[in-house]
Design a protein around this ligand. Structure first.
Ligand code: ZN
Length: 82
């Protein structure tokens, strides 16, 4: 008998490369502060990224998506301030 794994991996081949499909999936990863995520859980389902982008937490970028350049820059600046 095999034990069930706790972790689930979505091992889908990425065959859907059609860029023209205008779905709700963002093309890039955004940095979101943890307290923003907690806040959004209370306020609703939207989170505000470091760059100001607002999007629902239910959306998640596809694996391998690039990181938002704006978020990256702001995040780097925050790390220096620390
Ligand atoms: Zn961003």
């Amino acid at each position: 008998m095999r034990s069930m794994s706790e972790t689930q991996t979505l091992d889908r081949p990425d065959i859907d490369t059609d860029e023209s499909t205008d779905d709700d999936t963002p093309k890039v990863f955004h940095y979101v502060k943890k307290n923003r995520i907690a806040e959004s859980a209370v306020m609703g389902t939207h989170v505000v990224a470091l760059c100001g982008e607002v999007f629902p937490v239910t959306r998640s970028p596809k694996p391998g998506s690039p990181v938002c350049e704006k978020c990256k820059k702001i995040y780097e600046r925050m790390k220096k301030d620390d």
